[in-house]
Write a protein that binds this ligand. Structure first.
Ligand SMILES: Cc1cc2nc3c(=O)[nH]c(=O)nc-3n(C[C@H](O)[C@H](O)[C@H](O)COP(=O)(O)OP(=O)(O)OC[C@H]3O[C@@H](n4cnc5c(N)ncnc54)[C@H](O)[C@@H]3O)c2cc1C
Length: 219
């Protein structure tokens, strides 16, 4: 006999910024949300440079003060350029529209942990060390997930809606067998961006060290 599946309105795969944000907003609206993160926070992740337009989202989410507390104040960013200094500085206060004049630089492990815990505080059942292994679409409002914990226990989850926030793992597309191609494209692009970012970061550190300020790239 088939074992009963645990029920929820929304299952969220992935406890990065996307998954935690979706889980928090949905739980706050009263939906039963189960969020699955295969790793344990804090876990290493790349992508620490936030942008000004993230700030209104943090405000809606209710975490702006927490981001301020763990982030480094940033008034702009440097972009690689073929000029004498090797980069152009973009000051956020020169942006068009209602964009805030600054952003924050964060350690992703701390930032992601904070967002995941916030989702929990908002009412999401947020689980670490729980990996979604397979999916079965049984009907338009009936998705089944097979989940395994890192202690080796397996269970089934049945959700009316599924949010795939698995990041580079691309859970759903991988299950539809187009994952391999997507992965190889992303890896190539990442290494190029990674080198550029490392150079920009080195300059940022130099600027901060010289001025004694926490501002990135806007000396
Ligand atoms: C080199 C590089 C530099 C970058 N720099 C920046 C930057 O400076 N600023 C910026 O804003 N963005 C940057 N990015 C992009 C940024 O990293 C991503 O946009 C961001 O992490 C996406 O968040 P996410 O929540 O969608 O996915 P992720 O943060 O990747 O989270 C996905 C989560 O899902 C979990 N997961 C995956 N599969 C499963 C499963 N089957 N079951 C359970 N859990 C699962 C993973 O463990 C992970 O924690 C950079 C990316 C790269 C590659």
């Amino acid at each position: 006999m088939e074992t009963a599946a645990e029920q929820c309105d929304v299952a969220v795969i992935g406890g990065g910024p996307a998954g935690s944000t979706a889980a928090a907003f949905l739980a706050r609206r009263g939906h039963r949300v189960i969020a699955l993160e295969k790793a344990h926070h804090p876990r290493f992740h790349i992508g620490e440079s936030l942008l000004p337009m993230n700030l209104p989202i943090f405000e809606r989410l209710g975490v702006l003060e927490k981001v301020r507390a763990l982030g480094v104040y940033k008034r702009g960013a440097d972009f690689e350029a073929d000029n004498e200094q090797g980069y152009n500085t973009f000051a956020f206060d020169r942006a068009i529209g209602n964009s805030p004049p600054h952003a924050y630089q964060v350690w992703r492990q701390d930032f992601d942990k904070m967002l995941f815990e916030h989702a929990r505080e908002c009412g999401a059942n947020a689980r670490e060390g729980h990996e979604a292994l397979s999916i079965e679409q049984r009907g338009p409002r009936e998705t089944r997930l097979e989940v395994r914990t890192d202690e080796g226990r397996s269970y089934r989850l049945q959700a009316r809606y599924l949010v795939d926030a698995s990041g580079r793992d691309t859970f759903l597309s991988a299950k539809k067998s187009c994952g391999a191609r997507t992965t190889s494209i992303r890896v190539r692009r990442s290494s190029a961006t990674s080198a550029a970012r490392m150079r920009a970061r080195a300059r940022m550190r130099a600027t901060s060290a010289c001025t004694g300020s926490s501002m990135a790239g806007c000396g």
